[in-house]
Write a protein that binds this ligand. Structure first.
Ligand SMILES: *[C@@H]1O[C@H](CO)[C@@H](O)[C@H](O)[C@H]1NC(C)=O
Ligand SMILES: *[C@@H]1O[C@H](CO)[C@@H](O)[C@H](O)[C@H]1NC(C)=O
Ligand SMILES: *[C@@H]1O[C@H](CO)[C@@H](O)[C@H](O)[C@H]1NC(C)=O
Length: 554
């Protein structure tokens, strides 16, 4: 029902009320990114590439920069990770090339006419001023900006052999790198909306090693901080930003505090085709465990972890991606991570030699007119709003039951209607007790398994096994309970998004089977949700009489 509703609102609709604009600059408080007033500022970003051969933010031939900026906000994102190629800031010949000339040099004449129509004020700017103009248009719409040093040599990233992988590679001169970082940090010194700089995308290749990582990353971080002490400094790991495990033994040593953030990338294809070929509960449990070991532990150590790239094929036909996304959503919601979706682009001016390259992972469709897949965007929007963090009242601490496959949460319409899925902003507030009951916060009503294939219900006698809910399976995302006859059931949804109980799916080694509908996460939240006032007496009476009738009929 909810899904259908969103289909009608085309082309782009506000997916959620965006988090209120943060008071800048940002800093860190243990694992959280906070604003000037100490309130959590959750980064819910989208990547906007600007690092390909043309060196101009993609899409400007299709739409005015300001319109793209407002649509980013309308989609519920509060931030953009704007990628840039180093040479733009170190090679003056390149930087002073005009946008028009850069397109001409590559033979992209159709894009030039598009730019002329959609961004006439940008087309004759130098490349560096065009980059600034895009930053300016984002800032004007209150979008926070993270500048990401994506490559040195402009072009599609990344491979082990592209000479951009690690300090000392052909196109990766460390001194030039420091020079470029300093230059960029300085240029945007007076743009408060530039809230962070990531020093280098996806370190990789045969040259990578931990010693050089510390040596250069610390140096780069100091250079950025010296040039612009306001920005967060984001450090990427080794092996395509999949591995920060070396930090477990040796922390980074910097002269400044409360500005350091680590970043991680995680795609479905990061794990090959494991998602498609394996048993999904096993793969999810295994990959999450691995990710926690390689990077997630940093949260426990008191550092923010920014998931600066994740994304899926928006056609919805890539089984590996679809399966990965459900597991990822559960993990990212539970940890309430900061993140950046890859990628805004509907199509590229030129990518890997193809003019108008269609981006199947794109938020926009090919002509940048509408969303490529509203359903997937809506699902991901569940991660945009913070569940908890500094500035949120601990007194409000409760649990919500999140359903990753839909990006929705369990909510209650009344005491007598079945529970359903609804937006997490309207989630029911539960207390998950040490006895493993799920009680509606502030009441005696607990969630109970009733009959196979039938709605789970609310009752007041909560000591039976049918009122206990345990997270089971390798993924720990099945919520399992028992029926009166002692048989095991799992929480599930039916085709109308009602919360029901069914036989638990995919607990064996079967790789064909997809447990998605039965995956739930119990998540700590201090966010204002459903109205928690006690139910009216009349509905309590109705519920009790309904329960009584039910027991008589047995
Ligand atoms: C700067 O860029 C121009 C144009 O691409 C190129 O010809 C030149 O070699 C570059 N200079 C350096 C120092 O890399
Ligand atoms: C960006 O990264 C490249 C590595 O490809 C490096 O050579 C360059 O100096 C970096 N520039 C900045 C400004 O970080
Ligand atoms: C969007 O993705 C879903 C899978 O999540 C898929 O079923 C649907 O066909 C996709 N829609 C479009 C328009 O591609």
């Amino acid at each position: 029902m909810v899904t259908l509703f969103y289909f009608f609102l085309f082309p782009l609709l506000a997916l959620s009320t965006a988090t209120p604009a943060a008071a800048l600059p940002l800093s860190t408080e243990s694992r959280w990114i906070v604003d000037e007033s100490g309130h959590r500022a959750k980064l819910a970003c989208v990547n906007w590439p600007s690092h390909l051969e043309v060196m101009v933010a993609e899409g400007l031939s299709k739409k005015p920069a300001e319109q793209i900026s407002s649509e980013i906000i309308d989609l519920g994102f509060n931030c953009v990770r704007l990628t840039w190629p180093l040479f733009l800031f170190t090679n003056d010949t390149l930087a002073s090339l005009t946008v028009r000339q850069s397109f001409k040099n590559l033979g992209l004449f159709e894009a030039i006419s598009g730019l002329q129509i959609n961004n006439p004020s940008i087309i004759d700017l130098s490349l560096i001023n065009a980059y600034k103009a895009v930053v300016g248009s984002l800032a004007k719409k209150n979008v926070m900006i993270i500048l990401d040093n994506h490559t040195s040599k402009p072009g599609w990233c990344c491979s082990n052999f592209d000479g951009n992988g690690f300090f000392g590679d052909v196109y990766f001169n460390p001194d030039l790198w420091i020079k470029g970082l300093t230059r960029v940090a300085t240029i945007f010194n007076d743009t408060p909306h530039v809230v962070a700089m990531s020093l280098r995308n996806e370190l990789r290749g045969s040259r990578q090693n931990v010693d050089d990582w510390y040596r250069y990353m610390q140096k780069g971080a100091e250079a950025v901080h010296a040039a612009n002490p306001n920005v967060l400094v984001i450090l990427s790991g080794l092996n395509y930003d999949r591995d920060l495990s070396f930090l477990l033994k040796k922390p980074v040593s910097l002269s400044f505090l409360n500005k350091l953030v680590f970043e991680l990338h995680w795609y479905g294809f990061s794990d090959g085709e494991a998602w498609e070929n394996g048993n999904l509960n096993q793969v999810c449990g295994d990959r999450v465990g691995e990710t926690m070991k390689k990077a997630g532990f940093l949260l426990d150590q008191g550092y923010p972890l920014f998931l600066s790239e994740f994304g899926v094929d928006m056609r919805g036909t890539n089984v590996n991606d679809n399966r990965y996304l459900n597991c990822f959503m559960g993990w990212a919601a539970e940890l309430d991570l900061d993140w950046a979706l890859w990628v805004l682009t509907g199509s590229y001016y030129l990518r890997q030699g193809v003019v108008g390259f269609d981006e199947t992972y794109g938020v926009y469709n090919w002509n940048w007119c509408g969303a490529r897949n509203q359903t997937i965007l809506h699902k991901i929007s569940a991660l945009q709003y913070p569940f908890k963090g500094p500035g949120y009242s601990e007194a409000r601490l409760h649990q919500v039951i999140f359903h990753p496959m839909t990006g929705l949460c369990v909510k209650r319409l009344s005491l007598v209607d079945p529970l359903v899925l609804g937006p997490c902003s309207e989630a029911e507030a539960w207390t998950y007790t040490p006895q493993k009951t799920l009680t509606i916060k502030g009441t005696y009503f607990c969630l109970q398994a009733d009959k196979l294939g039938k709605p789970a219900k609310l009752g007041v006698i909560c000591s039976y096994a049918s009122s206990k809910w345990e997270a089971i399976s390798d993924s720990k995302m099945h919520l399992s309970s028992k029926l009166k006859d002692g048989s095991d059931v799992c929480l599930d949804i039916d085709s109308d998004n009602n919360i029901v109980t069914n036989n638990c799916k995919c607990l064996d080694k079967n790789s064909r089977c997809d447990p998605g509908s039965q995956w739930f996460k119990i998540i700590d939240s201090t966010r204002c949700g459903a109205d928690n006032s006690l139910p009216e007496i009349s509905s309590i009476v109705k519920l009790i009489s309904k329960n009584l009738l039910a027991s008589f009929s047995l």
